[in-house]
Design a protein around this ligand. Sequence first.
Ligand SMILES: C[S@@+](CC[C@H](N)C(=O)[O-])C[C@H]1O[C@@H](n2cnc3c(N)ncnc32)[C@H](O)[C@@H]1O
Length: 342
Amino acid sequence: MELFAGGGGLAIGMEQAGLESILLNEMDKHACATLRHNRPDWNVIEGDIANVDFTQIEEEVDILTGGFPCQAFSYAGKSLGFEDTRGTLFFEMARAIKETQPKVFLAENVRALLTHDDGRTLETIKSVIDELGYELVEPRVLKAIFYKVPQKRERLILVAIRKDLAQKVKFHWPSPYRKVMTLRDAFYAGELYDTDVPESEGQLYPERKREIMEHVPQGGYWRDLSDDLQREYMGGSYFLGGGKTGMARRLSLDEPSLTLTTSPAQKQTERCHPIETRPLQVREYARIQTFPDNWEFKGSKNAAYKQIGNAVPVNMSKALGHSLVRLLNDIESLEQPTTGNA
Ligand SMILES: C[S@@+](CC[C@H](N)C(=O)[O-])C[C@H]1O[C@@H](n2cnc3c(N)ncnc32)[C@H](O)[C@@H]1O
């Protein structure tokens, strides 16, 4: 069961690892259209999670997954329990867990959750997980580049096992792949894809911005411009100094991409194509997140960029999915009566 499913990054990876989905919830209509178009068999519940009654689910839920958007809890000088987190999206995920009692759940989030509200948000999440009857595996920040993803994305992963099972099994984190993929692997036929990236729609730069970006070399950024162009491009920020290595940034074919955002050409997080002077196209975006080429995104091109930029990279999700399948197999072997004398 997948919550906050978006355009399906986490869900496809789980499917590729062999898991079957019984329900996906998402409130964005374009993301839902994407899920339904690509997987007509999936049970996509469109709407606010707060309105979903999980007690109606008849199937046994082995695994619940989802990336709840991170929000602050409001404290009144006391530590919070499950009921006190009401009104947040974490509460809704916790409620889904309470109502379906999955054997295991996986929650993904941004690294910043570790330090959000001086660590109090994560502490509250941990104590609610305990209150729900789950044992949390020590959370880890996984780097996508170690899981066949040509992108420097990081995600915080929480895995928890129902307490009646937790003492008998152990979760094994996925092992890193032997090679780091680069943008070249994303765009050209090779180990990741059988063909070069297909042509697709994409944003364009305004004329003057394109003229300026022409001067940035692969892997370079605004500091590689002449002083005049730096002043023109940076405006007031020119005088602020500092790194700002995301500004006027052009990606390099020989490195993994920087983390994609929900829009391909924002001033602070520019990711210009390595060779052509334009923002990345939709299918290039999708490949950097390791979506299959035949996974279509519904809605406008901006809706597509958003679904892709929000996703858990498919290959990282698949690696996690394999770890979850292994864990479920271990749980199932405990439940089988032993046969023979061996
Ligand atoms: C970070 S994205 C999830 C991406 C997804 N895990 C993937 O791998 O593609 C978070 C999603 O939560 C959805 N969302 C936010 N609030 C919601 C709510 N109240 N009910 C249902 N979905 C919600 C957003 O529309 C967004 O698509």
